[in-house]
Design a binder for this molecule. Structure first.
Ligand SMILES: C[S@@+](CC[C@H](N)C(=O)[O-])C[C@H]1O[C@@H](n2cnc3c(N)ncnc32)[C@H](O)[C@@H]1O
Length: 267
């Protein structure tokens, strides 16, 4: 891959999807080489010509699927879930007792572990009253491949190992093959998966009470991140909570959010 060929990929991915691949030429090449070879392309230039003239968008979608990093796991940064259970949900239960309707958005849902855990937590928190509330989680991601996995809701036994036993028993069923588990339909029904690029205009009609945007802004540059945070702020309910990854930073001087903890923000 020549420098110019890399730049072409870099620009497309940065301009449309916000992902900053600066100094990641080797990684990009490592991920794409096989795909290019299998596709019979003679060069990266030929491949990019094909991507840019494919009006169905299929090739670009595949490129995005290859270049996004979808690493996630159950129980990741569980402190956020504890905080939800202890602080946020009791407040929301009081505040929304008349509408009984919560808007929850997981904006980088990847292969589904995070939104399914949110659904499990909500089910547990509301207990017998859960059916009286609408607590569906909107779960979006850029990668169609990750979302396919998420919608299927099937995980290997090692992947679910860290979940509390009670959640495993209640919300996962063992498949006949023995090695895989599937999220129960009771939980699947609580999560709505959609493909969505965070760089696009937000289409939401209602304001969000809870937004999870964890471990995705690390791929964006400062300006892109700043603009995204403002867009998220604008679609949130006053008093709503934003959760970002625990290693991510938000410039406190420039954010309209109030910082509750280093990775928890409130409108
Ligand atoms: C490392 S995963 C994080 C998953 C999960 N939130 C977590 O913390 O475990 C990052 C996800 O962000 C998604 N992503 C990257 N750029 C995006 C964009 N512009 N719009 C929507 N999702 C994006 C990727 O597809 C990937 O699934």
């Amino acid at each position: 891959m020549t420098e110019a060929e890399f730049l072409r990929i870099y620009r497309l991915i940065k301009n449309k999807y916000g992902i900053d691949l600066d100094r990641k030429k080797e990684i990009v090449q490592g991920r794409l080489d096989n795909y290019i070879r299998r596709g019979g392309y003679q060069s990266y230039s030929e491949y990019m010509n094909a991507v840019e003239s494919d009006f169905t968008g299929r090739l670009e979608k595949e490129l995005v699927n290859i270049l996004t990093t979808n690493h996630t796991f159950f129980m990741r940064e569980f402190e956020h879930f504890d905080f939800l259970r202890q602080e946020v949900l009791p407040q929301l239960r009081r505040k929304e007792e008349n509408s009984r309707d919560l808007c929850i958005w997981c904006g980088a849902a990847s292969t589904g572990q995070e939104p399914y855990m949110l659904a499990m937590l909500l089910k547990d928190f509301f207990g017998l009253e859960h059916h009286l509330w609408d607590t569906k989680v909107l779960a979006t991601d850029l990668s169609t491949e990750a979302l396919q996995h998420a919608t299927l809701g099937r995980y290997d036994s090692e992947q679910i190992e860290s979940l509390p036993d009670i959640w495993k028993r209640r919300y996962l069923k063992k498949l006949d093959s023995g090695e895989k588990y599937e999220i129960t339909s009771e939980i699947k029904e609580q999560v709505l998966f959609r493909q969505f690029n965070l760089m696009d205009t937000f289409p939401f009609k209602r304001k969000m009470h809870i937004v999870f945007l964890r471990n995705v802004m690390i791929y964006f540059d400062k300006e892109t991140k700043q603009e995204l945070i403002q867009k998220v702020y604008d679609v949130m309910e006053p008093g709503g909570y934003l959760f970002v990854g625990r290693t991510e930073t938000i410039d406190r001087g420039r954010t309209p959010f109030q910082m509750i903890q280093p990775s928890i923000f409130r409108k």
